[in-house]
Design a protein around this ligand. Structure first.
Ligand SMILES: NC(=O)C1=CN([C@@H]2O[C@H](COP(=O)(O)OP(=O)(O)OC[C@H]3O[C@@H](n4cnc5c(N)ncnc54)[C@H](O)[C@@H]3O)[C@@H](O)[C@H]2O)C=CC1
Ligand SMILES: CC(=O)C(=O)O
Ligand SMILES: [Mg+2]
Length: 371
């Protein structure tokens, strides 16, 4: 198969779909890999590094999209990239369609085979291609929150861990999955006062066992959520209903009643965000203030630590890239229900229920589209 790796174009996005070691692996399976010139420059890989791994370098994204049977990316395709997709071409990347109607429309129009990293599952129902970036974003969320609480960002001027004789900040983590548990680990390590809310009893048990009282672990009723959010200095938004738009757990009224100078970090912003007042921001201008509460809502947080993130992402995606390349999308998807769960749009049809429901579009059984 001919595989194409374009340079990412989102604001301050330095990750790349494949590192040279991944390219080498595909070449060893007999595939051809075209990489856009400078695609890896942001994480220290030159065009020469890719050539040594066996890739050929193409000057523009247009060249890569035109040549490739499968495009491997990191972030959801931007409008100019969507315009370059064609019928039957495989797109393997993060998509986050449920909060993004323009992208959904364009992918339908393209008739491409669009497989989203974030809805591929594993045998335990987890999300193996989302998890590495959730680990990164969860850990980063506490750094982002710490900065948001500084005076220069509009925060109350609090140090997360306090100092001897002064109380630490109260951090509330909404959702105790991969993002939430990683956020809590960092926050506990910094000696903040940490409370995690979730609705999955098994998750609550596992967190309770892990933290042994160093973080409070609570079932998230509306009452508990309101009580803890209103008392918080920092709230991390880390809930997910796979494939669907994030539930708006914190409304504008809650934000109004939060402490002045408090901060929220909405990691779930890639799925639309779990604070009613969230709107996506960029690394160039990450925060804004609503009712004296600092909001950090960057949708590609791991892009800031692109080197760590690209390796972590490639470790997870490579086996799936190899499978798609070796078998072709039809056999790869039909032989692996977990990979099939990643199929969001194919031949102009929506094959993920949550996205179809979000936009009142027809849902088509993915298997029916491959018959
Ligand atoms: N902004 C960014 O750069 C990044 C964002 N993310 C996003 O972070 C979000 C969280 O991802 P993960 O932690 O991997 O998901 P996960 O599936 O591991 O965890 C989500 C948790 O939310 C809980 N939950 C769902 N609905 C809830 C509710 N109403 N109340 C309380 N808890 C609820 C679930 O029980 C689960 O434990 C996703 O939207 C993901 O796409 C991930 C990586 C980077
Ligand atoms: C998951 C995601 O949105 C990211 O890694 O940017
Ligand atoms: Mg207020």
């Amino acid at each position: 198969m001919i595989i194409g790796v374009p340079k990412e174009i989102k604001n301050h996005e330095y990750r790349v779909g494949m590192v040279p070691a991944s390219v080498r692996e595909l070449i060893s399976h007999g595939h051809t890999v075209h990489v856009q010139s400078q695609a890896g420059a942001g994480i220290g890989f030159s065009d020469d590094d890719y050539i040594k791994a066996g890739a050929s370098i193409l000057p523009t994204a247009e060249d890569v999209f035109a040549a490739a049977e499968m495009i491997v990316k990191v972030k959801e395709p931007q409008a100019v990239e969507r315009a370059m997709l064609r019928e039957g071409q495989i797109l393997f990347t993060y998509l986050h369609l449920a909060p993004d109607f323009p992208q959904t429309q364009d992918l339908i129009k393209s008739k491409a085979v669009c497989i989203a990293y974030e809805t591929v599952t594993d045998s335990k129902g987890r999300l193996p291609l989302l998890a590495p970036m959730s680990e990164v974003a969860g850990r980063m969320s506490i750094q982002a929150g710490a900065q948001a609480l500084e005076k220069s960002r509009g925060g109350a001027g609090m140090l997360l861990g306090g100092v001897p004789g002064v109380e630490p900040a109260k951090i509330v983590v909404l959702g105790g999955g991969v993002v939430g548990s990683n956020a809590a680990r960092m926050a506990v390590g910094m000696r903040a006062d940490v409370t995690i809310l979730d609705r999955n009893i098994d998750t609550l048990r596992a967190l309770d066992e892990e933290f042994q009282g160093r973080a409070k672990v609570l079932y998230s009723t509306e009452e508990i959520l309101e009580k803890h959010v209103l008392a918080a200095d920092l709230v991390i938004g880390a809930v997910l209903i796979p494939g669907a738009a994030a539930p708006k757990l914190v409304n504008a009224g809650h934000i109004k009643r939060m402490k002045p100078g408090a901060a929220v970090v909405d990691v779930a912003i890639d799925q639309g965000g779990c604070f009613e007042t969230s709107k996506a921001t960029t690394h160039a201008d990450p925060t804004y203030i609503v009712d004296d509460v600092v909001h950090y809502c960057v949708a590609n947080m791991p892009g800031a630590v692109a080197r760590t993130s690209t390796f972590a992402l490639n470790n997870a995606t490579l086996p799936y890239i190899v499978k798609l390349a070796n078998l072709g999308y039809r056999d790869a998807l039909l032989s692996d229900q977990n990979l099939l769960n990643g199929l969001n749009v194919i031949d102009g049809k929506v094959t993920i229920r949550e996205v179809a429901e979000a936009f009142d579009l027809e849902y088509v059984d993915p298997k029916a589209t491959l018959a």
